[in-house]
Design a binder for this molecule. Structure first.
Ligand code: FAD
Length: 398
C-alpha cells in the first residue's frame, strides 16, 4: 500500500513514520519550498503528544529541543491567585509536557522522518485529487502528479483536502482573539522554572515561562471582536504591537510590562482560529487528520499533540484493516469523541479570556472553583495521560 501525505507540518511526518512502522510506504508533499518551519512562536507538546511520538521512537529529538513545563499557575489582573493546573501528572515519570519553539518541533519531526528514509517533497502544493477507482491521483500547482492507494490530508487549518472530500465543509471560525508571543532575558521573574504563569488581565490574557537558558518566553491573547483581515496583525509590526501591549497590560499586576518592554523579539502570530466540528473526515480513499480535521485553538495546548496522536492511530487502523473504508471508519470512531471534547474545552477557556468587565468579575470569582475541579481532575488526566497501545488490535467501527 502506498500513501500520499499532503502537508509536512507536524501530522504529516508523524503519520509517515507511523505508517512506515506499520509497513506502509508514504511520501509527504509539502507546499512550502523551504519546509514549514520558521512559522509561529512556541507551543506546548503535551505528555500525550510525547507519548505518541514515543510509540514510533521519535520523541527524543522533540523533547531535547524544549524544556519541561508540567504546571500552570493562574492569577487575576490584581495578582490574586486563581488556581493551578497540572499538564502532567506526578505519576507520569519522564513523560512531562514540554514547551518548545514551534519551528523546532517542525524541524525535529521532519528530520526524524528524513533520517528514516521517508521522502518529503517540498514546493508541492496540492490543488486537486481524484479517486480513480483503484487508486488516487494527486495534482500539484507545479503541474506534477502523484499516484497512491490513499491520500491523507495533513494540510492544516486551511486544508485543501478537506474541501476536496466535502465541498460544503465548514471554514475555520475566528475565536475572537489575536495571538502574539516574544522572548526576553535579563528580567528577574519570581517563578519556578518549568511552570507557566498566566494572568487573566483587565484587557488581555498574558502567559510566561522561564526557560533553562534564563530567557523568559511569553505570549499574549488580545481580544478583538471583528476578525482582522489576512495579514493585518502581522503588518502592524513588532514595535507597534509592543506599544499596544504595553498599554493593554499597563493596569495589571505581574511583570508583563517589563517583559514586553525588554523583549528582543516580538512575534505577532495572528488571529486565533479553531475548527470545532468537521462533519466529514473521509470519503473513498481520502481522509483528513490533524488541524485539517479538528483544529483546537492554541489555548488548548493540544494542537500539535493531537496531530501526532492522529498519525499514529491512523497507521494502526490501516495496519489492522486492509479495506481502506473500514480503516477510516475505525479511525473516526477512535478519534472523534476525544478530539472534539478537547476542542470544546479550549473554546470555553477562550470566552473567559475575552470576557468584558462584568463577565470578568464573575470569572475571577468562579475560576478558583472551576480550576479546583479541572486541575488534576479526570479531564486533565484524559487529555494529558492518554496512551496509545501500538500493539493492541483496532476493532472495526461498531
Ligand atoms: C500561534 C500558534 C500557537 C500554537 N500553540 C500551540 C500550543 O501551545 N500547543 C499545541 O499543541 N499546538 C499549538 N498550536 C497549534 C499547532 O501548531 C497545530 O495544531 C499543529 O501544527 C497542527 O499540525 P498539522 O500538521 O495538522 O498542521 P500544520 O502544522 O499547520 O501543517 C500543515 C502543513 O500543510 C502544508 N500545506 C497546507 N496546504 C497545503 C497544500 N495544499 N499542499 C501541500 N501542503 C500544504 C502547510 O504548509 C503546513 O506545512 C499553535 C498554533 C499557532 C498558530
Amino acid at each position: 500500500m502506498k500513501a500520499l501525505i499532503i502537508g509536512g507540518g507536524i501530522a504529516g511526518p508523524a503519520a509517515a513514520m507511523a505508517l512506515q512502522q506499520a509497513g506502509i510506504d508514504a511520501t509527504v508533499y509539502e507546499a512550502r519550498p523551504g519546509g514549514a518551519d520558521g512559522v509561529g512562536v512556541f507551543l506546548t507538546l503535551g505528555s500525550n503528544g510525547i507519548d505518541a511520538l514515543r510509540t514510533i521512537g521519535a520523541d527524543a529529538s522533540a523533547t531535547a529541543a524544549g524544556f519541561p513545563t508540567p504546571g500552570i499557575n493562574m492569577f487575576s489582573a490584581t495578582g490574586k491567585p486563581l488556581g493551578q493546573a497540572r499538564t502532567s501528572s506526578p505519576d507520569d515519570g519522564d513523560l512531562v509536557s514540554h514547551t518548545l519553539r514551534r519551528a523546532d518541533l517542525y524541524r525535529a519531526v521532519r528530520d526524524e522522518a528524513l533520517g528514516r528514509g521517508i521522502r518529503i517533497e517540498q514546493g508541492k502544493r496540492l490543488t486537486g485529487a481524484q479517486d480513480t477507482g483503484d487508486g488516487v491521483r494527486a495534482v500539484f500547482a507545479d503541474g506534477g502528479e502523484a499516484y497512491g492507494d490513499l491520500l491523507i490530508g495533513c494540510d492544516g487549518l486551511r486544508s485543501t483536502v478537506r474541501t476536496l472530500i466535502d465541498p460544503a465543509a465548514p471554514a475555520p471560525s475566528y475565536a475572537g482573539l489575536i495571538g502574539l508571543g516574544g522572548y526576553t532575558r535579563g528580567v528577574p521573574v519570581d517563578v519556578e522554572r518549568g511552570s507557566y504563569t498566566m494572568v487573566f488581565g483587565k484587557h488581555a490574557f498574558f502567559g510566561y515561562a522561564l526557560a533553562p537558558s534564563g530567557e523568559v518566553w511569553w505570549f499574549a491573547n488580545v481580544p478583538r471582536r471583528d476578525e482582522p483581515a489576512r495579514g493585518e496583525v502581522e503588518a502592524a509590526g513588532a514595535e507597534e504591537w509592543r506599544s499596544r501591549l504595553l498599554r493593554l497590560f499597563g493596569d495589571d499586576a505581574g511583570p508583563a510590562v517589563d517583559l514586553i518592554g525588554t523583549s528582543h523579539q516580538i512575534m505577532p502570530a495572528g488571529p486565533i482560529h479553531a475548527m470545532a466540528h468537521v462533519p466529514t473526515w473521509h470519503s473513498g480513499r481520502m481522509i483528513i487528520i490533524g488541524d485539517a480535521a479538528h483544529a483546537p485553538s492554541p489555548t488548548s495546548g493540544q494542537g500539535a499533540s493531537l496531530s501526532i496522536e492522529d498519525g499514529v492511530e491512523l497507521a494502526r487502523c490501516l495496519r489492522d484493516h486492509s479495506a481502506i473504508g473500514t480503516a477510516f471508519a475505525a479511525y473516526e470512531a477512535l478519534r472523534r469523541p476525544r478530539v472534539e471534547r478537547i476542542v470544546k474545552q479550549a473554546a470555553r477557556l477562550n470566552s473567559n479570556k475575552a470576557a468584558g468587565p462584568l463577565a470578568r468579575a464573575f470569572r475571577d470569582l468562579l475560576l478558583p472553583t472551576i480550576l479546583k475541579k479541572t486541575a488534576g481532575s479526570k479531564q486533565m488526566g484524559e487529555t494529558y495521560g492518554h496512551h496509545i497501545d501500538w500493539n493492541a488490535p483496532v476493532p472495526a467501527a461498531g
